[in-house]
Design a protein around this ligand. Structure first.
Ligand code: NAD
Length: 255
């Protein structure tokens, strides 16, 4: 049932541990035969990531990249290209906001918190696509991870909702621009999953509970499910799809 991705290189940005959504995507790509290049931030996370990578079917490579730095982003794609050749796709699974801004009133956000959340969680996608531009295969595919809080008000999601709205719009503008070279850009709007980042969102448990109570499928999604949908969007199975926000959320967004 899998498309074969043998001989193809995908860049996976944003695995911090086995609960990361990016890890679910990495596992699905690995099962389909892809070679993986991981980017991480923070030297102390390198060894645990390499250990996790040993669970994969073939050796992966690891690169440091803080997306607040244009130099680091440009450098990392040059190095990955030198090591692996052309890049068939990128999974961008990165976000950050000051925890203090993810609870209480939205307007409590400061200028600095707002700028940082938008920089890391939205602008970084554009910076990454730009830096990879010359290294893409002709049919390359890029995905990012978004959330319903960018379309609707979700309590406590606050400035991250504004960042996701900017990210969703970036997907459409990038899809239009890079479609000219055959590159597709899409997003997965994931239902809530307990990860390191999710812990920062105030009263996250009640968001999880509301899915079980109200979503059409009455269950929360798993990183495996996001991984399967990521594989679809990153492979030629979705060759006619670009600029799309695919909701993988047990149907919650239709309510
Ligand atoms: P996670 O904490 O496992 O992953 C977030 C990643 O962002 C980490 O690997 C972290 O190192 C990375 N990151 C943060 N700042 C960075 C920087 N300056 N440079 C490079 N990397 C940086 O959490 P996750 O839930 O897997 O999050 C992945 C993506 O999925 C995020 O965009 C998140 O908003 C999105 N998402 C999560 C949920 C959820 O409920 N968990 C739902 C919808 C969308």
């Amino acid at each position: 049932i899998y498309p074969s991705l043998e001989g193809k290189t995908y860049v996976v940005m944003g695995v911090i541990n086995q609960r990361s959504i990016a890890w679910g995507i990495a596992r699905a790509l690995d099962a389909a035969g892809a070679s993986l290049a991981f980017t991480y931030v923070g030297e102390r996370f390198k060894a645990p990531l390499e250990k996790l990578g040993q669970e994969l079917s073939r050796p992966a490579s690891y690169y440091t990249c803080d997306v607040t730095s244009d130099e680091e982003i440009e450098q990392v794609f040059q190095t990955i290209h030198a090591d692996h050749g052309k890049i068939s796709g990128i999974a961008h699974s990165i976000a950050f906001a000051d925890k203090e801004a993810l609870r209480g009133e939205f307007s409590g956000v400061t200028r600095e918190q707002f700028a940082q959340a938008l920089d890391i969680s939205a602008y970084s996608l554009t910076a990454v696509v730009k830096a990879a531009k010359d290294f893409f295969t002709e049919d390359a595919s890029v995905i990012t991870l978004t959330y319903l809080g960018g379309e609707k008000m979700v309590p406590n999601y606050n400035v991250m909702g504004v960042a996701k709205a900017a990210l969703d719009a970036s997907v459409r503008y990038l899809a239009a621009e890079y479609g000219q070279q055959g590159v597709r850009v899409n997003a997965i709007s994931a239902g809530p999953i307990r990860t390191v980042s999710a812990k920062g969102v105030g009263d996250f448990n009640s968001i999880l509970d509301s899915i079980e109570e109200r979503a059409p499928l009455h269950r929360n999604v798993t990183t495996e499910q996001i991984g399967q949908s990521g594989l679809f969007l990153l492979s030629q199975m979705s060759s006619g799809v670009t600029g799309e926000i695919l909701h993988v959320d047990s149907g919650f967004h239709i309510l």
